[in-house]
Design a protein around this ligand. Structure first.
Ligand code: GLN
Length: 551
């Protein structure tokens, strides 16, 4: 097994995840089977209980793992499917060690960070590195490990120590350390400054890890002088100082690394053959060019919450992008804070209200993504109504399906007070209800999570065609509520059909409205399985309908 460890310095948010994924692409292009591990040095056992507002979206895996969004980047870049164990957190490691201590596994010993926690981390990494992830059932050849946070944080210290030991455990010829840093530009002449990188490398070396490759984030390409200076002061060869400057789209990043010889450096560091022709890289160049050459704009209104941080909806954005490339349109996402569409806003801030409605009305398609909690619900219901009545293409994801159902019950079935018990526990007309099997006392990992099959129940419909007329789909879930089973036949008789239900035939999974260009909702989150070149069918349908294409 070959390992590449990606650490970061100076500040967070430098794009370590994209760097790690891009390195994965280079390894894959050389014919290696690649898997990835993300280490998050926080005490939460997983990302399931973390606010997407603070931390970005909670990404969901096939096995129901609620994990850091970087695992989404790995899955999309490398076209793999990971498990919850591929995301290691401090919480998970301590939980496992403490459980073992209680079982008596360390009987007689004092249980300590070194060696017990550090050993647990190393064993964990080796175990997941050996887990097949590309669908072939074969054990991977290489594992990219990304350490979250910045080097020097108290939180990451046990992980750094574990990785330091790990290089001797697996042999130095099998491991390569990549450090991602920042090269800011200062002063009137725009000098590229190397000092922050010098400091962070010094810190890393002090902890016993000597970086083999330095990836330097900067606005513009590194000057030759900067590169030489970094090489000299940080004790890496000039070929191993890589400029990760701003590029036009993310598909260029693996190419950017490739052009600077990163594949050669990796091949030398960890010992693998670099084939002459690597067609995978041509695919990436083609994709990057496609994205740069899109011209005609398509506008999708995204009616959500948390719109200050677009990472909160990262996979949804990716799924929309993948679909927009397929219909040859340049995607423009127009964010609408759903509260602004609510009639209450008309009184509070009429200007904001009319602006929000103008944006909604100018959209070619409307999307209501997943979400939790009552805030902004009425505005989302208004958006669903607008799309239904005016025959504007609409996709509701998870909460979006529930919203569309509530809207339909209120305005078509005349159930004025229809609501979800999530927003009004005592509603007289529950259109969406708490699922019986879900825990009311525990929050972490207790939703209906992960991949579950959804058989189609109709011969033909748009969404089934989009899925290539398959008899069932396998998509990922994350929810606590469902459409009230008692209302299904009433709703369906009025024209909103639940064309896919779970294997019991009771639980609504996919809805489609009759006599509408595209009005679809899914109880699952199709965005998590969208890939460049293989866009998620419900999203593709939205974009096709928004472009005026027949489905
Ligand atoms: N809050 C809703 C539920 O729990 C929707 C969840 C979601 O959109 N992920 O069922």
């Amino acid at each position: 097994m070959k390992y590449v460890v990606v650490t970061g310095g100076v500040l967070s948010g430098l794009g370590k995840g994209i760097t790690a994924s891009s390195i994965g692409v280079l390894l894959k292009s050389a014919g290696l089977r690649v898997t990835c591990v993300k280490i998050d040095p926080y005490l939460n056992c997983d990302a399931g209980t973390m606010s997407p507002f603070e931390h970005g979206e909670v990404y969901v895996l096939d096995d129901g793992g609620e994990v850091d969004l970087d695992l989404g980047n790995y899955e999309r870049f490398l076209d793999i499917s990971l498990t919850k164990d591929n995301n290691i957190t401090t919480g998970k490691v301590y939980q496992s060690v403490i459980e073992r201590e209680r079982r008596g596994d360390y009987l007689g010993k004092t249980v300590q960070v070194i060696p017990h926690i550090t050993n647990e981390i190393q064993e964990w990494i080796e175990r997941v590195a050996d887990t097949p992830s590309d669908g072939s059932g074969e054990i991977p050849d290489a594992c990219v490990i990304e350490l979250g946070g910045t080097v020097g944080d108290i939180e990451s210290a046990p992980f750094i120590e574990a990785l330091r030991q790990f290089q001797f455990r697996v042999g130095e010829e099998n491991i390569c350390f990549v450090h991602v840093s920042l090269v800011p530009v200062m002063g009137p002449v725009g000098e590229q400054k190397t000092k922050p990188t010098q400091h962070t490398v010094k810190e890393l070396r002090g902890l016993g890890i000597i970086p083999d490759i330095l990836v330097c984030r900067s606005e513009h390409p590194l000057d030759t002088e900067t590169r030489q200076k970094l090489a000299a002061f940080c004790h890496v060869s000039p070929e191993a100082v890589v400029s990760a400057h701003d590029v036009s789209n993310i598909y260029r990043i693996p190419i950017l690394l490739e052009e600077q010889g990163v594949s050669e450096v990796l091949a030398k560091e960890i010992g693998f053959d670099l084939p002459k022709s690597r067609p995978l890289l041509d695919d990436w160049i083609a994709m990057a060019n496609t994205v740069d050459n899109l011209e005609e704009v398509i506008k999708i209104a995204m009616v959500g919450k948390y719109t200050g941080l677009s990472d909160s909806y990262l996979s949804v954005i990716k799924a929309l992008q993948h679909s927009s490339y397929e219909v040859n349109r340049k995607l423009e996402i127009n964010w609408i804070e759903s509260e602004s569409l609510d009639e209450k806003m008309l009184k509070e801030d009429p200007e904001k209200y009319s602006e929000a409605w103008d944006v909604l009305k100018s959209a070619d398609g409307i999307l209501v993504p997943g979400g939790f909690g009552v805030r902004g619900i009425e505005g989302k219901i208004k958006a669903a109504e607008y799309a239904r009545v005016n025959k504007v293409p609409f996709l509701g994801v998870c909460l979006g399906l529930q919203i569309a159902t509530i809207e339909f019950c209120r305005n078509v079935l005349g159930m004025e007070n229809a609501n979800s018990t999530e927003f009004d526990e005592n509603t007289k007309q529950p259109a969406v209800v708490f699922m019986p099997e879900i825990s009311k006392t525990h929050m972490g990992g207790t939703m209906r999570l992960g991949t579950k099959p959804t058989p189609f129940l109709v011969e033909d419909c748009k969404i089934k065609r989009l899925y290539g007329n398959k008899s069932y789909v396998d998509e990922r879930h994350r929810h606590r509520y469902e459409v009230n089973p008692e209302l299904i036949s009433q709703i369906e008789n009025a024209g909103l059909i639940y064309v896919g239900k779970d294997e019991t035939g009771q639980r609504c999974e996919i809805m489609e409205l009759n006599n509408h260009p595209y009005y679809v909702g899914t109880q699952y989150h199709p965005e998590f399985k969208s890939r460049p070149g293989r866009p998620s069918p419900p999203f593709l349908g939205l974009l096709m309908a928004a472009t005026g294409l027949e489905i």
